[in-house]
Design a protein around this ligand. Sequence first.
Ligand code: GLY
Length: 422
Amino acid sequence: MNILLVGSGGREHALAWKIAASPLVTRLVAAPGNPGMAAQAELRDVPATDVPALVELAREIAADLVVIGPESAVAAGLADAVTAAGFPCFGPTAQAGQLESSKAFTKAFCDRYGLPTSAYAVCESAEAARRALDRFEPPYVVKADGLAAGKGVVIAPTRAEAEAAIDDAFGGRFGAAGARVVLEEFLEGEIGSLFALCDGKDSMVFGWAQDHKRAFDGEQGPNTGGMGTYSPAPVFTPELVEQVRTRLVEPAFAGIAADGAPYRGALFVELMATAAGPKLVEFNVRFGDPECQVLMLRLESDLVPYLVACAQGRLAEMAPPKWRDESAVCVVVAAKGYPDKPSAGGEIRGADADFGPDVVVLHAGTKRDAGGVLRAAGGRVLNVCAVGPTLREARDKAYAAVDAIDFPDGFCRRDIGWRALR
Ligand code: GLY
């Protein structure tokens, strides 16, 4: 099979690593990919949102499957265009993608189809949002409505900070994504990330993990796209998984199909396990980043048949995936200043070393300069991942590799997995 994989982050490197291991694959092309992905895929310098050029690339390589990594490509209508051009595609249409591209859409969707989520207010102006704060208690949750690369969420302990976050969003900090703001009730409980696949009609749960959203140890600092993950996560008891499946996953797939946009691809349910059961925090219309990294390390089954089955409407023929019994951990190494102003261009040495069979170093935001030196080129730069018989052993291996990599401009959290290890 010839596969076109779209995207350039750690999630896509994890997908490339797993797809390339499949005996079904003869050619894997990544667009635009990253320097780490060059070990698994042929790289083509086509941006993930250049839809016409990606359709052309699918044609050129006679793609048997197009796999969409990032939400920006979903929102750009890539699945619609490659499907119209006759290529099987793993990834939802732009219409189904509204489950991520608009938080206001998703809240109304939850109301329409009875999915449990937090109370909210959609605000079209800073004045309206300031007034609406009266209906909430601190800490205030202020979200830009649109796609903001994981940076559009502020948890504000005080009203003054909430008002500043509102002014920031309406002041253009997130561009068009902040033209509308959603205020939400703060949910108490433990956070979790559960994944499900859907082929337009049938669906299956496809693993779970726990992310760490704050930038610094001890859940301090600003919200990020995610600083590290581990899987399995004990918060996901069989009972919770079943509740998430029946109360969130299945109603979401049924609802979006009833809206006229049957879902094909991975749905990422970010949820809070509250005393009243799971409540939706957000849907994302792709694998999580860095959740995908630990899922791919733990996935024993070949990934490719699942991706193809989603694209071809044959998921009902697939057995549930097999997972390794081990734990997997992913430590995100970010550039200093992330998420606000990550320092660019810092030199990275030793990321390509052989850390043994249990450690995988994935590239998330890197580039090679003209002299071949590896440098930071993004907020989240490397994903240092490891598996081990226990979470503690996996974590120790990951941190040993982190410590062996020389990246003076980087930082990471040192407490990934703390909830499970406490
Ligand atoms: N880890 C959160 C996300 O992928 O958005």
